[in-house]
Ligand binder design. Sequence first.
Ligand code: PLP
Length: 455
Amino acid sequence: MTLKGDQIMQFPQEGLAREEVLRTLEEYRQTDGDWKHGKTWSLVYYAGEEITSLAEEVYRQYFHANGLNPFVFQSLKRIETEVLGMAADLFHGDENVVGTLTSGGSESILMAVKTYRDEARACKPHITQPEAVVPVTVHASFEKAAHYFGIKLVHAPLADDYRVDTAAVEQLITPNTIFLVGSAPQYPHGVIDPIAELSRIALSHNLRLHVDACLGGFTIPFIKELGGKVPAFDFELPGVTSISADLHKYAFAAKGVSALLYRNADIRKYQYFAYGDWPGGLFISPSATGTRPGGAIASAWAALKFIGRKGYLEITQSVLDTTKRLLAGIASIPELAILGEPPAGIFAFGSNQINVHALADHLEHKGWVIDQQVNPACLHFMVTPAHATIADAFVADLRLAVEEVKAAPEQPTPSTALYGLRTALPDPALVNQFIKEAYSRFMTEGGEFSFEGLL
Ligand SMILES: *Cc1c(COP(=O)(O)O)cnc(C)c1O
């Protein structure tokens, strides 16, 4: 959308013809990432037309349904309970496990953080400045949640294998600590934190432990079943008190649905919000949103029921096979190195010989959408079934791009400029300020995303 760019928008006077609406949006879509053919490595999880078309049809059936009122939409309530029950079963939950479906991983995490804050207010009222100890690699939505809800996040460093250093976690616990977090796997490098050890620490310090399985919830259990080397991460560990697992990622539901599970309802009650004095009636809402889109919730039920354990095992096997080919290809390029030992389809590679931000730009020129990371500089990949047919083409382009960067190492690219600037800025608060200003400008005026002119 351009508010001040090439076109000042006006509210439409007369409605467009249906065909015109569809045609215009199709035209707009030409600039989007080509996820269907595996050119993107994040954001979209596509497991083929058969699954997608069913999810779309169910979404259409529940297009109007609103999970805000379970008394009116009783089928949605039933669907939500059944989805949570299926997830609890997968995560070794007993009959006490309860949960909520939310709009996504961020909302699940926001709610878990709020729940633990409110529980601590009630049960540990002497704590006035609550803290949580989290790995530095914890998803940014925890930073957002801490910011929203007034929690101090204490960041624990990583061990050499990129998993959180649990000795450091234990040392960072103070009398103000109310919960710990581990990820299964963490987003930046795809490795699973030592959740069993975090569980032990949480129990011995009387702390809550949230496991962020937004990415891994619907893939790690199947990797384990396929004989993969993955550690325990769920309710079978006695210290785990909540788990977030996104249905719109590796469960292949429509965008807008995630499961948040708690060990029991005594914990979940701190998540709920009620307001009985409203002139609009008795208000009760389980999570951050009011209206809850039925389509996304129903599509999650459809995906789990349609794919089933057998289907998820097949999909997971295919993702693992593709990942193995990609990792072997990357390992055969001497300039590149995989970070840690990622067990699933999520990984990152870096280099101590070439600038990977420049490498990313060369890959982008070849039509790939590349996610870039910092501390350390690396490129990030999440493998889905859509990548099975393009893995070899990617490795071939990667090999070429490495040679291109080596041939012109001094030539600055947009990414090296942006990331160079970002690392050169000394004050993190200033960086955040610039990111917000650059984003605001990008969203309203169009053009490139850059810090130019802000310095
Ligand atoms: C995607 C993700 C989240 C946030 O989920 P959204 O659905 O994007 O809000 C949280 N944690 C991890 C590990 C994730 O991969």
